[in-house]
Design a protein around this ligand. Structure first.
Ligand code: HAM
Length: 427
């Protein structure tokens, strides 16, 4: 049996690629949780599936995600259900449904979990992938946009990532987008027949998304296209200028890239993407922006919001490619190696008592030879190995071997736990 195409396992050991090792995921998740908490974001967990309508209304009917990439099925009650392709629409649904707007003026959430998109799998692109994301609801201020960017940048800094590129743009308010839509269509109209099929379809439906085209011929045509920044309303321009000023003040380096429009329909004003060149074709680590109209379009109050999401696989792959510092995988402090039935019983009890005191212990109840037991202890990255044979049992001691210094000492069994506690503190 094989896992479905585009999915993978995360393992405690034995992974076929280093980024699939569970301890790396735990490290990343810890840094994300700590940083998000430092910035005042609280965790939100929503279901992995929702009614399909949430995504068609939330993410947008004309987005690739909704048109081509959703895992959609009818449940046994004939309701159309989709696995979540992203987190924003679900978080907004939960916010509205739980009437959270009444609680306070500003709401800041973060989430971590699997998302599902039926894309063509390749390196860095999966059908079940993991995102962490944040959403800040209630503030129209440019400072809120800048705070989300600062948080994304800080997580990357704490993870030791280097040489990242941050592209920012503004897609304006609806008046700006309407004006730009027209000037982009006017520019592209003479070349319509040369556009790719996808871009032809987008020409009327959502011309801004043509800027996202990967087709080389489209890309060439787009080189001379007008800039959305020239169509911004005075208010949208002022907002964007303030975001840039604030990023300058906190020294987050960015490039203004007027071709960034993002693949989801809900954005307005600020949009941004962060990328790493070590990743090859799928180089976007994360992206986000402002989405002031989404909550009301889903039936909630008229509240502005801004957020981002980042791909965990891609961040881990970048960390490994850049040899970012990662804490070593922790092994047991104590590895118990009993030889003989009496020793096994004594060690079994000892292991239980030591674990109750918070000492990480592994016990080998099946070793026939000291040598193979010691090899296993080293493989597990254990720090100390206690060898307990029948002679040790009759004397009430263990032979305690320090697997780092290779030194061995005889220790009374009764004082082993206290000794381990002391050594644990001094490590
Ligand atoms: P997105 O740009 O679609 O935005 O996804 C964010 C990140 O998820 C991407 O930059 C990428 O790292 C990762 N990602 C997306 N698809 C895949 C895939 N098939 N395999 C691996 N990684 C992938 C959103 O999802 C928005 N909800 C972000 C947002 C939050 N905007 C506002 N708030």
């Amino acid at each position: 049996m094989q896992s479905p195409k585009g999915t993978f396992d995360i393992l405690p050991y034995g992974a076929d690629e280093p980024w699939k090792q569970a301890f790396l995921w735990q490290h990343l998740e810890k840094v994300i949780r700590e940083t998000a908490t430092d910035y005042g974001y609280g965790e939100i967990r929503t279901p992995i599936y929702e009614r399909t309508e949430l995504f068609s209304r939330g993410v947008g009917d004309s987005s690739d995600i909704v048109m081509k990439e959703m895992f959609t099925f009818l449940d046994r009650g004939e309701r159309s259900i989709s696995l979540r392709p992203e987190g924003t629409a679900s978080v907004m649904r939960a916010f509205i449904e739980n009437k959270m707007a009444q609680e306070r003026p500003i709401h800041k959430f973060f989430y971590l979990g699997p998302m599902f998109r039926y894309e063509r799998p390749q390196s860095g692109r999966y059908r079940q992938f993991y995102q962490f994301g944040i959403e800040a609801i209630g503030s129209p201020a440019a400072a809120q946009d800048a705070e989300t960017i600062d948080l994304l940048w800080e997580i990357c800094r704490r993870l030791g990532l280097k040489g990242l590129k941050l592209d920012i743009n503004s897609v304006g308010d609806s008046a700006s987008r309407l004006a730009y839509r027209e000037s982009l269509q006017n520019y592209l109209r003479p070349y319509f027949d040369d556009l790719s099929q996808d871009s032809k379809t987008r020409f009327e439906k959502n011309p801004l998304r043509i800027l996202d085209s990967k087709d080389p011929k489209d890309r060439k045509l787009l080189e001379g296209a007008p800039s959305i920044l020239d169509s911004l309303s005075a208010e949208a321009k002022e907002h964007f200028d303030e975001v840039k000023t604030l990023l300058d003040k906190i020294q987050v380096p960015y490039t203004v890239n007027d071709r960034i429009v993002r693949g989801l329909d809900y954005y307005c004003k600020t949009v941004y993407e962060i990328s790493a060149d070590v990743l090859g074709a799928q180089n976007a680590l994360g992206g986000g922006g402002r989405f002031d109209g989404l909550i009301s379009s889903l039936g909630g109050p008229e509240l502005p919001a801004v957020g981002f999401a980042a791909g965990i696989e891609r961040i881990l792959q970048t960390m490994l490619a850049q040899q970012a510092p990662i804490p070593a995988q922790r092994g047991p402090l104590l590895y118990l190696l009993p030889l003989g039935d009496d020793a096994k019983r004594t060690c079994f009890t000892l292991a239980s008592h030591a674990r109750h005191k918070g000492i990480a212990v592994e016990i080998n109840l099946h070793a026939k030879k000291i040598q193979t037991g010691l090899q296993m202890a080293s493989k597990l990255n254990a720090r100390f190995c206690a060898i307990v044979g029948s002679e040790e049992i009759s004397k009430g001691v263990v032979q305690l071997k320090d697997l780092e210094s290779r030194q061995q000492e005889e220790v009374p069994i009764d004082s082993l736990i206290d000794l381990c506690l002391k050594r644990k503190e001094s490590l």
